[in-house]
Design a binder for this molecule. Structure first.
Ligand code: F6R
Length: 258
């Protein structure tokens, strides 16, 4: 059922949101360790989340965050790119975070862009490994201009799971800057599903800048439907949105904490 109120936190800038998210992750990691279990994080790539990895790396290096035993599952990867391709999300994560904090490869999972004919099995295995790890304690998300979360493009079902998807025109256009041209952007990707995201125990969605305003407005106040996959997040019991004034625009927080 849709929640009565959404926790929307207006922040000054991405660094302010990153500090709050990184502090929450540090507290969760500590609580999990004290409880004898490992933290399981769902991670996103992209400009929105870059500051979060900065903040997390700072905390690891300052020893206020201990990731030993923790497991990360990334949301998505482009089909056709190997993990060593500098344009892959795998390389992006290694460069900005995993290598900096020495988080070993066997505990940082990301869908393979080279699953090819085995794609269906690979996706089922990815879902199974999230379940085997005990499920995601916290899923970090950005939002696409078309309302996507992960690469769950408009049309993605509420009950969708990890699968191969065709990327929409806005997503290709936005990725063009990372590939040199729109033509060079892969047309397909593997993404975890909407249902996989909703299964996470906590969801933290970040959105900054005017370009995200319309998508965030639909996600927070529009109809809950596949037309805007991020709108399904309103059915989650522990969703928190961190956004700046430009992204919030008309959709001023109904329940702001900062
Ligand atoms: C990235 C991902 C995407 C991005 C979204 C926002 O792994 O799954 O959903 O979070 O496209 O991208 P940026 O942050 O670059 O605007």
């Amino acid at each position: 059922m849709p929640r009565q109120s959404i926790s929307v936190v207006q922040v000054a800038d991405p660094a302010a949101a990153a500090a709050l998210v990184a502090d929450e992750i540090a507290q969760l990691a500590l609580a999990q360790r004290r409880g004898g279990s490992a933290l399981v994080l769902g991670l996103a790539t992209g400009r929105t989340t870059t500051a979060v990895y900065e903040a997390l790396a700072e905390r690891v290096l300052a020893r206020s965050l201990e990731l030993e035993g923790a497991i990360a599952f990334n949301l998505d990867e482009y089909c056709g790119l190997s993990a060593s391709d500098p344009r892959s999300f795998a390389a992006w994560m290694r460069e900005r975070f995993f290598d900096r904090v020495g988080w070993p490869g066997e505990r940082t999972r990301i869908p393979s862009g080279l699953a090819g004919e085995d794609c269906e099995r690979h996706c089922a295995d990815y879902e199974a490994s999230i379940r085997a790890a005990g499920g995601l304690d916290l899923q970090l998300l950005g939002i696409g201009r078309n309302g996507h979360i992960g690469f769950n493009e408009p049309g993605s079902a509420r009950d969708s799971r990890t699968r191969r998807v065709r990327l929409g025109p806005e997503t290709i256009e936005d990725a063009a800057r990372d590939f040199g041209s729109a033509e060079a952007v892969p047309r397909f990707a593997i993404t975890i599903g909407v249902a996989t995201i909703l299964d996470a125990r906590r969801v933290r969605l970040l959105a900054f800048g005017e370009k995200k305003r319309a998508a965030l407005e639909r996600a927070l106040h529009g109809e809950i439907s596949s037309d805007c996959p991020a709108s399904f997040l309103r059915e989650h019991a522990d969703l928190r949105v961190y956004a700046d004034a430009a992204a919030l625009g008309q959709s001023l927080p109904r329940k702001a904490s900062v």
